[in-house]
Design a protein around this ligand. Sequence first.
Ligand code: URA
Length: 211
Amino acid sequence: MTYPNLTVVDHPLVQHKLTIMREQGTSTAGFRRLLREISHLIAYEVTNDLPLVDKTIETPLKTMQGKELGGKKLALVSILRAGNGLLDGILDLIPSARVGFVGLYRDEETLKPVQYYCKLPSDMANRVTIAVDPMLATGNSSAAAIDLLKDAGATDIRFLCLLASPEGVQRMYEAHPDVPVITAALDECLDDNGYIVPGLGDAGDRMFGTK
Ligand code: URA
């Protein structure tokens, strides 16, 4: 099955690091470090169409036409709490991006998202927005987060995750066909608790050591 909204970053370094992250014996420190490294590599893909403009600069030897990012400024939006692990790595590469946070928890019975926090840059309409959450599972909270971004005026939105389920990608496509999804892997399915299989478990617990 292919999905028109999905890009899987199958670079060997991404796949290698992801395999270590999936292993249950990987330490919290190792998981966090790998997530940061992998986010650099996936960020490369999610930003590969950002427009460039010419910039005249002086090197120590001569004047030259360099390139710099032009067009809209960026907003990074972390979907709490696990999104923060991806956010840190992307901020390494784009330190001047504005940052927003969306807090949604998943009602464990309905698996539906409930909003508890939303703080976004004021000028979302003028920014390219990269929403980050490591796990695109049911897609319910991701789709709800994108609703909030659109309500705030965002029009050019990309969704960056580490793992996606087919159900989540489909759900995102139905709710937001204009939002590309970039991931390191498309896994098999969801289990009855809404976990991605084979997955890596609870991404937040694994990166913050809370279990
Ligand atoms: N959230 C997680 O952290 N892991 C999953 O597998 C699904 C949702």
